[in-house]
Design a protein around this ligand. Structure first.
Ligand code: G3P
Length: 478
């Protein structure tokens, strides 16, 4: 056809009546690579109506049948891992191997949701009245979990497939319908993922995928009266959505400034490899990336030397070659990162490598002797730049961690487990990892941010529960 990927509504692939397309720029070539439909508000209205209708009968579909379809979709996702990964390479410059991992991890997540869902949702509660003062045993209360209705899923560019299915699968198993708005970069990978759900044979209208410009359909989607729940992962937009959304449950995973605190007794080799993995995988474009290293002065030189040696081994180049460091997602993102680097330079940070950039490709950079007056001490670069702040007490490290607006994850390196637990209790973040870099997975672990990092908790079990409501029936005996 005209080379514009169609959007998905009522079990069909459709062209938008707008006649317009949104280009997807390949971060590596900086040239348009794919195009998707620029959908209209009217098209959103239509698929919202369809989602509302489809949800009613889906909620009545036996749980085991819902699970069966999800298992089918999971298998298809794995079968289609190569073409999905190809899209991820071209649209978001994810290194080739990591792109395949994302597709496989997504398949695993979908089957786990199906298994977990049949168990969680297959169980209700039975209560009796005479435990509360003044009551006889004359009331029997039955509880079960019912779906919320229509769920709007908005994943970010860094995991357009995985962070889409982490919303879609729990919602579906719980009996909800889905309207997916993928990020523009990553939209074609997401459409391919939806194709797998299509092939699995879900009922028409239950899942739709709408593409287009945020300026045209963004607010329209998030403020749509048919939407009963929003699950969003991304940046500041999440705060704006929270202010505009109606009285509906929200699941938000926003930014992070994950601190990595290194104590004097830490295994420095272990810490260094986790800083490199945590700070530089997918070129630092993860909300759970190590975004600031806080190291005790007495071991700082030894640690920085180790990290430097490992950074020197990172390969830099195109995602097709499976390089460790690949171009960041957009030119404006690269410019933002450069702004943080220049600010640090001007204020006297020590550059462990020379700053180098070609187009959207930024070479990995470790900045030592970063101080609190530098922007990089507080802002998230979402790029391959890791700042090191030297501290003289553990309290100083905890203080820096807690002074952030963010509170996603943090990590502590020490051989003293008692100290580690005390630090975990003191750090105001949703998760603290002991002796490992921050990470969301395994995907059934709870995942949540405090403060500006989010609302609610994710992870398979929490997401299923969040996407349901308790319903009770009380039997009153004579
Ligand atoms: O940036 C999104 C976040 O969910 C990261 O996931 O698996 O890279 O820790 P992960």
């Amino acid at each position: 056809g005209d080379g514009v990927f169609k959007y998905y509504s009522y079990g069909e692939w459709k062209k938008s009546s707008s006649g317009k397309a949104v280009p997807i720029i390949n971060p590596t070539t900086r040239q348009p690579h794919f195009k998707v439909q620029a959908c209209t508000q009217q098209e959103v209205d239509t698929l919202m109506d369809e989602a509302k209708t489809a949800q009613k009968s889906w909620a009545k579909t036996p749980l085991w049948k819902r699970a069966e379809l999800l298992h089918k979709a999971a298998a298809l996702l794995k079968e289609h891992k190569v073409p999905i990964a190809h899209c991820l390479v071209k649209e978001i410059a994810k290194p080739a191997k990591d792109a395949v991992t994302e597709a496989v991890r997504s398949g695993d997540l979908v089957s786990y949701c199906a298994e977990e869902g049949v168990r969680i949702l297959g169980e209700g509660k039975f209560l009796v009245s005479d435990s509360f003062p003044g009551n006889e045993r004359t009331k029997y209360c039955l509880t079960s979990k019912i779906p919320l209705g229509v769920m709007l899923a908005i994943p970010p560019f860094n995991y357009p497939v995985n962070l889409a299915v982490s919303k879609i699968a729990p919602a579906l198993i719980a009996g909800n319908s889905i309207v997916l708005k993928p990020p523009t970069q990553g939209a074609v990978a997401a459409l391919h993922m939806v194709h797998c759900f299509h092939l699995a044979g879900f009922p028409k209208g239950l899942i739709s995928c709408v593409t287009g410009k945020g300026s045209e359909i963004g607010d329209f989607l998030t403020m749509h009266p048919i939407v009963n729940c929003i699950s969003f992962t991304g940046g500041d937009t999440g705060i704006a959505i929270s202010k505009k959304a109606g009285m509906i449950p929200l699941q938000m995973e926003l930014g992070g400034k994950d601190a990595c605190i290194i104590l004097e007794d830490a295994d420095l080799d272990l810490a260094a490899s986790n800083i490199v993995k945590g700070g530089f995988s997918y070129s630092g474009q993860r909300c759970t990336a190590v975004k600031v290293v806080l190291v005790m002065e007495s071991v700082a030189n030894a640690l920085v030397e180790r990290v430097k040696a490992k950074v020197a081994k990172l390969t830099v180049g195109p995602p097709e070659d499976d390089c460790d460091i690949t171009p960041v997602v957009t030119e404006s993102s690269a410019n933002f990162i450069e702004g943080l680097v220049m600010d640090a330079k001007q204020k006297g940070a020590t550059f462990c490598q020379e700053y180098k950039r070609e187009g959207n490709l930024i070479w990995p950079l470790l900045l030592d002797n970063v101080r609190s007056d530098m922007r990089i001490a507080w802002e998230e670069p979402f790029g391959p730049v890791v700042p090191v702040i030297r501290i003289t007490s553990v309290e100083e490290g905890i203080h820096h961690c807690n002074a952030s607006n963010f509170g996603l994850q943090g990590c502590v390196f020490t051989r003293d487990i008692n100290k580690a637990i005390l630090m975990s209790d003191a750090m105001e973040t949703g998760t603290v990892q002991i002796n490992s870099a921050p990470a969301r997975g395994p995907d059934h672990f709870p995942f949540q941010g405090l403060k500006d990092s989010g609302i609610g908790s994710q992870g398979i079990t929490n997401s299923i529960n969040m996407m349901t409501k308790i319903k009770t029936t009380v039997i009153n005996l004579p």
